[in-house]
Design a binder for this molecule. Structure first.
Ligand code: HEM
Ligand code: ISQ
Length: 154
């Protein structure tokens, strides 16, 4: 499937909006993940020993931002090159981290759902099927690249 300039623009525009509210966004992202899959809590070092998602944890914020940012970058790569194009070293690292932490394929659907819900809330009335489709496609392609590397790793 071709990733269009229009799709890239939709992803970039919404990420610009989301960037203005990183603390709330990151909190909501994790809260939604745990709503969908409470057991995922044990995977994250900064959530393991807490009852609630910590309100002001810089590590948590940084992690949430990475996922959004990488998905946004994936959208750019898809439009420019027609594929997600991560440096080999990054891919290796991502594969290794996720295998080591015990992440499995179905988790990627959980994170996707939480990502989309978080974007939906953040952009409000700008939300529509095209926007949802553009983020979904970028995320899916990025997730596939990571999952493939995880299998190499295993
Ligand atoms: C770690 C990105 C999917 C769970 C990381 C790191 C990155 C990342 C960049 C390394 C952070 C660092 O060390 O600085 C992504 C992206 C994903 C994805 C882009 C999807 C496209 C998932 C999924 C899960 C997951 C589906 C499972 C719920 C984790 C965990 C860590 C991690 C548990 C280690 C966190 C810790 O330090 O405790 N991920 N990830 N990731 N990821 Fe993901
Ligand atoms: C997946 N990998 C790393 C960090 C994350 C933060 C929030 C949601 C999913 C994540």
């Amino acid at each position: 499937m071709v990733f269009t300039e229009q799709q890239e623009a939709l992803v970039k525009e919404s990420w610009e909006i989301m960037k203005q509210n990183i603390p709330e966004l990151s909190l909501q992202f994790f809260t939604t993940i745990l709503e969908i899959a409470p057991a995922a809590k044990g995977l994250f070092s900064f959530l393991k020993d807490t009852d609630e998602v910590p309100q002001n944890n810089p590590k948590l914020k940084a992690h949430a931002v990475k996922v959004f940012k990488m998905t946004c970058e994936a959208a750019v790569q898809l439009r420019v090159k027609g594929a997600v194009d991560l440096p080999e070293s990054t891919l290796k690292y991502l594969g290794a981290v996720h295998v080591k932490k015990g992440v499995i394929d179905p988790h990627f659907e959980v994170v996707k759902e939480a990502l989309l819900r978080t974007i939906k809330d953040a952009v409000g009335e700008k939300w529509n099927d095209e926007l949802c489709g553009a983020w979904s496609e970028a995320y899916d392609q990025l997730a596939t690249a990571i999952k493939t590397e995880m299998k190499e790793e295993a």
